[in-house]
Ligand binder design. Structure first.
Ligand code: 1GP
Length: 236
């Protein structure tokens, strides 16, 4: 499964709880993006997740589910991305929900399709920060330390810098980039222009674009080429 995400430079994240017309979905899925990640913090149900999966699948793009609610785990995705929020004191979001899922679904879990994401939540105003009680008051060194927990201690396949709703502090992103050796580094949050997409793409392996899809699909589409044409900076 690690191999599936390795080439992903650009990913669109679609929220099952938000309306997206078929013409806009077609543009997103035919944009040249590498994959669609389905996920959201609130209002995600089995029904709206299944519906979105069916629609995305018709375009033949890799489609992953970022699991945020056990009641909305729909079979049929190419991959299931499992967040573990590293910067929260609420263990429900690190291990608790995960334990419940294993107790409940045990032998039904397709382990070979799961990838764990070490989530570092950095926008205190975001739904995900409020939901998980994340401590977002982190300086660059603290964020980089969390990233190393994911990368070196826990050896997670993905470190996800989650600025959901706001464009991140690129100095913090750079500090994380310089400290991550093995994990694939995902960046998501507040990308509204090609220029912002390029900045994130220079520092991260995979750039996730969400909100702008729903307010300005043309700007969203412009991020694909911006990311794909940006080389990753070499770091020591
Ligand atoms: C959200 O990281 C993604 O989970 C993308 O963020 O919606 O702010 O683009 P935006």
């Amino acid at each position: 499964m690690r191999q599936l995400i390795k080439p992903w430079r650009h990913v669109f994240k679609l929220d099952p709880d938000r309306e997206l017309g078929e013409p806009e979905l077609a543009l997103i899925c035919r944009s040249g993006t590498d994959a669609v990640l389905v996920g959201g913090s609130t209002g995600v149900t089995y029904g709206n997740t299944q519906d979105l999966l069916r629609r995305v699948q018709s375009y033949g793009l890799p489609c992953a589910l970022e699991v945020s609610d056990l009641a909305a785990v729909v079979p049929g995705f190419d991959l299931y991305m499992i967040p573990m929020v590293l910067n929260t004191a609420d263990t429900a979001w690190i291990l608790g929900q995960h334990r419940i899922a294993i107790e409940r679904y045990g032998s039904l879990i397709p382990w070979e399709l799961l990838l764990t994401e070490g989530y570092i939540v950095l926008n205190a105003e975001s739904s995900v920060a409020r939901l998980t009680g994340a401590d977002c008051a982190l300086d660059a060194d603290a964020a980089a330390a969390y990233a190393q927990i994911a990368d070196k201690l826990m050896q997670l396949p993905v470190v996800y810098l989650e600025y959901s709703g706001t464009f991140g502090d690129m100095e913090t992103v750079r500090a994380v980039r310089e400290s991550v050796e093995y994990s694939q580094l995902f960046y998501g949050g507040g990308i509204r222009s090609a220029h912002e997409a390029e900045q994130a793409a220079a520092l991260c392996d995979t750039v996730v674009v969400g909100n702008i899809i729903y307010s300005d699909v043309q700007q969203a589409l412009a991020t694909v080429e911006a990311v794909k044409s940006t080389a990753k900076l070499a770091v020591d």
